[in-house]
Ligand binder design. Structure first.
Ligand code: GDP
Ligand code: FE
Ligand code: FE
Ligand code: FE
Length: 195
């Protein structure tokens, strides 16, 4: 990435800490660590993965008003306004990261945008997959199946992505929650690709 990575990383860490509760800040540190582990296994730039993991939930605790304002300011589709924090903190959150942390790497910004819903298989870069999976698998996650998910992902990052897509979809549907169309599209696309 750059020679002054350590400086950039430490500055971002301070900002992330200042904007999040302790439990979510610690989640971000663990996602950063897990992203480095997955980057090593998948021949990806470890510094880029560390930084993307660190900042992926930067905007998670912003108010609804902040998100709605940012959707207008960044000229994002108005249709986004019908959604809520679970969708906004990634798609709109990337704009806060760009504007407030000064991170302009388009690959990092895309990984933030896709970290909750995933994306189509040919849209997702290795970095996108690494951040998506690190968020799901970081060492503080203890949901049933997490060990299996870690083992699958260690063998195949793509199989891990599909494991998460199918389990999250089933989890949301089981609770009767509204599902974002991109979540369905990603699931169908990966199901076709891996069949
Ligand atoms: P976190 O930010 O570390 O908690 O993790 P994520 O960004 O991956 O997910 C945030 C929340 O969004 C979780 O509760 C997911 O279950 C939920 N989520 C994921 N996909 C969808 C979706 O399509 N629709 C809705 N409503 N929620 C979703
Ligand atoms: Fe998130
Ligand atoms: Fe996630
Ligand atoms: Fe997260």
């Amino acid at each position: 990435m750059t020679e002054n990575f350590e400086e950039i990383y430490q500055a971002a860490k301070k900002q992330v800490k200042a904007h999040l509760s302790t439990h979510r800040y610690e989640h971000c540190l663990r996602v950063s660590d897990y992203a480095v582990k997955l980057a090593k296994q998948n021949n990806l730039d470890e510094q880029q993965a560390a930084l993307a993991g660190l900042v992926h939930d930067y905007a998670k605790e912003r108010s609804e008003a902040d998100f709605l304002e940012k959707i207008d300011e960044a000229k994002l589709p108005k249709s986004l306004k019908a959604w809520g924090n679970p969708i906004w903190h990634g798609v709109v959150g990337a704009e806060f990261v760009k504007d407030e942390l000064g991170i302009e790497d388009p690959e990092i910004l895309q990984a933030i945008r896709l970290h909750t819903t995933g994306g189509l298989h040919d849209e997702m870069t290795t970095l996108d997959k690494v951040v998506f999976m690190a968020d799901y698998l970081e060492e503080g996650r203890h949901f049933p199946g997490v060990k299996e998910a870690r083992a699958i992902t260690e063998k195949s990052l793509d199989r891990g992505v599909f494991y998460q897509l199918s389990h999250t979809l089933a989890f949301l549907a089981d609770k009767g929650q509204v599902i974002y169309p991109k979540t369905f599209d990603a699931y169908n696309d990966w199901a076709n690709y891996l069949k």
